[in-house]
Write a protein that binds this ligand. Structure first.
Ligand SMILES: C[S@@+](CC[C@H](N)C(=O)[O-])C[C@H]1O[C@@H](n2cnc3c(N)ncnc32)[C@H](O)[C@@H]1O
Length: 274
C-alpha cells in the first residue's frame, strides 16, 4: 500500500487548540492499551542513551505527553537508567496534562514554548525521540529531522504503532467506540470533553480521521531505511525494525540511530529488520 500524505486535523494551524489538546489527551490513554510498549521502547532507547552517555531525552511532537512517563519508569526499573525527559511540541499544551503533573518520578517536564521538530533549538540537549509523530512529516522533512539529529550528534529514536497494512486498518472503524468508552476515565475531567464526545460527537470523528490518516502516512521499515541511506551519516549505527516486544499485542515500527564510534557493546550487531 503506497504512503498517502492526506491531511490530519491536528496539523492544521487554524484547528482549535482545545480540540487538538483533547485529541492528544486521548492518545495518552489509548496507547496504555498497548501492553508492553513502554518496556519495549525503554529497551530500544537504552543503547542510545548508553552510547551517548546521556540521561536526558528531548521528545519532539509530544502532544499531551503520550507514554513518556511510563517509558521513564521502565528505563529506571528495567534498564537501570535514571533518565529525564523534556517534552516539546509545535503546539505546546501538555503542561496542563494531569498525567504529567502527577508523574511520580518528577523527571518529565514540558517545554513551554513551541518547538518545531525540524528546528530543535541548539540549547535543548539530549537524545531525541518521536513517539507516534514521525508520520506527520513528508519524506524531505523526515529526512531533515534525521539529518539534524546527526548534525547535533544527539542520537535519535522513533516509534510508530500505526502501519499501512490492510489488517491494521481493520481496527480503525472501532476507534470511535474506544473514544466513547475511554472518555469517562480521562483526567482532568472537562465538561467540554464530555460535550464534544457525547452531545456533539466531533471528537470520535476527529480521532477516527487522524487515526486513519496516521496509518496511511506511516513509513515502512524499507522507507525508513531509504531515508537513512540518503543521509550523510555512514559513521552512525542505524537500526530499523518492525517487531512485537514482549507482551505487546501488536508490532511496532522503530528506528534508532547514534554515532557508531560510541556504539554500546550490547547492541553492536543489531542492524536488523523484521
Ligand atoms: C499524533 S500526536 C503524538 C503525540 C505524542 N507523541 C503521543 O505519543 O501521544 C503528534 C504530535 O506532533 C505534533 N507536531 C506536528 N507537527 C509538528 C512539528 N512540525 N514540530 C513539532 N511537533 C509537531 C502535533 O502537534 C501533535 O502533538
Amino acid at each position: 500500500m503506497a504512503r498517502l500524505h492526506v491531511f490530519e486535523f491536528e496539523d492544521l494551524s487554524w484547528f482549535p487548540g482545545l480540540l487538538r489538546a483533547q485529541m492528544t489527551d486521548y492518545l495518552v490513554y489509548a496507547v496504555r492499551l498497548i501492553r508492553g510498549f513502554p518496556s519495549y521502547a525503554a529497551s530500544r532507547l537504552a543503547p542510545v542513551l548508553h552510547a551517548r552517555g546521556q540521561r536526558r531525552i528531548v521528545d519532539l511532537g509530544s502532544g499531551s505527553g503520550g507514554v513518556m512517563p511510563e517509558v521513564i519508569r521502565a528505563l529506571a526499573d528495567e534498564q537501570g537508567i535514571q533518565a529525564g525527559a523534556l517534552l516539546t511540541d509545535r503546539y505546546p499544551h501538555g503542561a496542563d496534562s494531569a498525567e504529567i503533573r502527577e508523574e511520580p518520578t518528577g523527571r518529565v517536564d514540558f517545554h513551554p514554548d513551541p518547538v518545531y521538530a525540524t528546528h530543535v533549538p541548539a540549547d535543548l540537549h539530549g537524545v531525541r525521540t518521536l513517539f507516534l509523530s514521525f508520520h506527520h512529516f513528508r519524506p524531505e522533512t523526515a529526512r531533515e529531522i534525521l539529518a539534524d539529529a546527526v548534525r547535533a550528534d544527539s542520537g535519535i529514536a522513533i516509534f510508530e504503532v500505526t502501519e499501512r497494512r490492510p489488517l491494521a486498518l481493520l481496527a480503525v472503524p472501532f476507534i470511535p467506540i474506544v473514544v466513547l468508552l475511554l472518555t469517562p476515565f480521562m483526567r482532568p475531567f472537562q465538561w467540554s470533553r464530555i460535550f464534544f464526545t457525547y452531545l456533539l460527537p466531533v471528537l470520535p470523528f476527529l480521532i477516527f480521521w487522524d487515526g486513519l490518516v496516521s496509518h496511511l502516512r506511516t513509513y515502512s521499515v524499507a522507507e525508513l531505511e531509504q531515508l537513512v541511506a540518503e543521509l550523510d551519516a555512514e559513521d552512525w549505527h542505524w537500526d530499523v525494525r518492525r517487531e512485537r516486544g514482549p507482551g505487546m499485542p501488536a508490532a511496532c515500527t522503530s528506528l534508532v540511530g547514534y554515532p557508531r564510534a560510541d556504539q554500546a557493546p550490547e547492541s553492536a550487531s543489531s542492524t536488523s529488520r523484521s
